[in-house]
Design a protein around this ligand. Structure first.
Ligand code: DC
Length: 223
């Protein structure tokens, strides 16, 4: 069974989904991390042309696991959990994620992963394209200013050497929103049957509790 949270970058989806997974003792899947891992691979391979890069995909050995509040990603045996948050990956990920062949690969990986457990996952197109039959769909949103502040703080904690300003983070978010919403293949879009949660001005605890109430009203998970 899967619960999905979609929304723009920095809307608080992943921290919220992780906290809900911890409280309800279910699994967590970070779909953006998988697009980031593929983007990391593209950069590590010296940014090859599209067709050369797609030829590498069948050889990719991807392993993910949620442990100790962290979504771990291993690519071909190397732990790249931290590397995928670096600015060079962040700048290219929307372009790599716009390729339909890449989306097919990532979707196949995710659908297979969630087969035999209860998951909460966050992304852009999970409720519309990847898991249209999800048990529950949430769409989280927040103003661009608030999302930029959150991402900036997060970056300070995970990559204090990144050297990017708040304004650059805001521009990157704005640009990624534009690309994620306008791409032809499975754009960021609210599913018709998703419940919208706007987190502007809400505390983390308020947004987590609000979504847990919705989950428990509808699904009554035992934990
Ligand atoms: O959530 P994030 O910022 O880590 O996601 C990184 C990028 O991956 C995002 O800019 C767009 C892409 N993505 C996507 O296209 N579809 C998803 N389901 C999740 C992420």
């Amino acid at each position: 069974m899967i619960i999905v949270i979609d929304g723009p970058a920095g809307s608080g989806k992943s921290s919220t989904a992780k906290e809900i997974a911890n409280r309800l003792k279910i699994q967590y899947l970070d779909s953006g991390a998988i697009y980031r891992a593929i983007t990391y691979l593209w950069i590590a391979a010296d940014k090859p042309e599209k067709n050369t890069f797609l030829d590498l995909l069948p050889e990719v050995d991807l392993e993910t696991a949620y442990k100790r509040q962290t979504f771990f990603v291993e690519l071909n045996g190397a732990d790249i959990t931290k590397n995928i948050r670096n600015q060079n990956v962040t700048e290219s990920v929307s372009d790599i994620a716009s390729l339909p062949e890449i989306r097919k690969f990532v979707n196949g990986y995710m659908r297979n992963l969630v087969l035999d457990d209860v998951y909460i996952a966050d992304g852009r197109d999970l409720g519309t394209a990847v898991f249209p039959d999800a048990a529950l769909k949430i769409y989280m949103d927040a103003s661009l200013d608030e999302r930029a502040k959150r991402r900036f703080n997060e970056l300070q904690q995970t990559d204090s050497t990144a050297g990017v300003s708040l304004d650059e983070v805001k521009q990157n978010l704005n640009e990624r929103d534009r690309k994620d919403q306008s791409r032809a293949a499975d754009p960021l879009k609210k599913a018709d049957d998703a419940i919208v949660i706007n987190t502007t001005g809400k505390t983390f605890d308020e947004q987590v509790s609000e979504i847990i109430d919705i989950i428990q009203n509808k699904l009554k998970l035992k934990y």
